[in-house]
Design a protein around this ligand. Structure first.
Ligand code: NDP
Length: 294
């Protein structure tokens, strides 16, 4: 069984990379850091990290290189001048980007003799390393297994498969739910505010509904429907739902608030009806979402 590695390099010291570095130092790992803005390393150096003068020195210092950057372009910007020392290294990129970026990065790393694991951290920096923290990973299983005990310091590791794009697929899928749901919650809040209702008054209703939502989706067997392509519409069909979205869009206009969000959902519902799913259930919008009109 693999053990926690004795050395790690962290490149990228935003709030996330700083949290990683602190956790690695706390575990007694010799932790080398590099960041474009060197001053972001000051407190970490005081806590025991070693600041490398260049990305090449940072890479040379450890076999495991953990990246925490704004996007994958930043990885190329930083590591391209260090390609001569990449051979034999394991790059674990925990930065956000598209699945295709992860796949291309894995090929790029391989072309320089390095192994590549992609990851998506599913919690904010203060939660990293604490109960509830988890990270999706994908890439070569033998390489992941070798460093899993070290990566587990950051939280539960959820390995999704050898395709390096998979971690970003899962990560972006959950963020997709988060960002669209939060937009929905705040749109509803603005709608009620136009009637003088405060956010605090709305909060228990919002919470209650969001708690009930997973149960409702399970009862509707909406995931099974997406797999079978059959959408049960006897109790609530798409013609009724599209009319409902129309009401929300018009009510938002009357309220003087932004209508972009309900209008976008309404367009999807209308297209679903136009494609002949009017008597099918809400799950049938999946047919439009997975296969948009040209
Ligand atoms: P920040 O944007 O605060 O930090 C990003 C890091 O990337 C900094 O070290 C920055 O350097 C560096 N960077 C960006 N562009 C370049 C470049 N072209 N060349 C060199 N360095 C560059 O991000 P976070 O620490 O918040 O997040 C890091 C990653 O983790 C992101 O991909 C984010 O999506 C993901 N994540 C973040 C969460 C959060 O709540 N913060 C939650 C889950 C995931 P410099 O300091 O010089 O600007």
């Amino acid at each position: 069984m693999a053990n926690i590695t004795d050395k790690v390099t962290v490149i990228g010291l935003g709030p996330m990379g700083q949290a990683f570095t602190r956790l690695f130092i706390e575990k007694g790992i010799h932790t080398t850091v590099w960041n474009r803005t060197a001053s972001r390393a000051d407190q970490l150096v005081a806590a025991g990290a070693i600041l490398a003068p260049t990305p090449a020195d940072a890479v040379a210092a450890s076999n495991l290189i953990v990246l925490s950057l704004t996007d994958y372009q930043a990885m190329y910007d930083i590591l391209t001048p260090a390609i001569s020392v990449l051979s034999g290294k394991v790059i674990v990129n925990l930065s956000s980007d598209t699945p295709e970026s992860s796949r291309k990065a894995a090929e790029w790393a391989a072309s320089h003799g390095a192994a590549f694991i992609s990851g998506g951290v599913m919690v904010p920096p203060p939660m990293v390393g604490n109960p509830g923290a988890f990270t999706f990973f994908s890439g070569p299983k033998d390489v992941f297994d070798l460093y899993q005990p070290t990566l587990e310091i950051l939280g539960v590791t959820d390995y999704r498969g050898s395709d390096p794009g998979l971690a970003q697929f899962y990560y972006q899928a959950l963020l997709d739910i988060m960002f669209t749901s939060v937009a929905g919650v705040l749109h509803a809040t603005a709608f009620l505010r136009s009637a003088g209702v405060s956010g605090a008054t709305f909060e228990p209703y919002m919470k209650n509904f969001l708690t009930f939502l997973p149960e409702m989706l399970t009862d509707m067997m909406i995931m099974d429907e997406t797999d079978s392509g059959k959408y049960y519409g006897e109790l609530n069909n798409m013609i009724m739902m599209a009319a409902g979205m129309d009401h929300i869009t018009h009510a938002s206009k009357e309220a003087g608030i932004d209508t972009t969000l309900p209008a976008a959902v309404k367009a999807i519902y209308d297209e679903t009806v136009a494609r002949g799913y009017g008597r099918d259930g809400l799950g049938s919008i999946y047919e439009v979402l997975k296969n948009p009109s040209k």
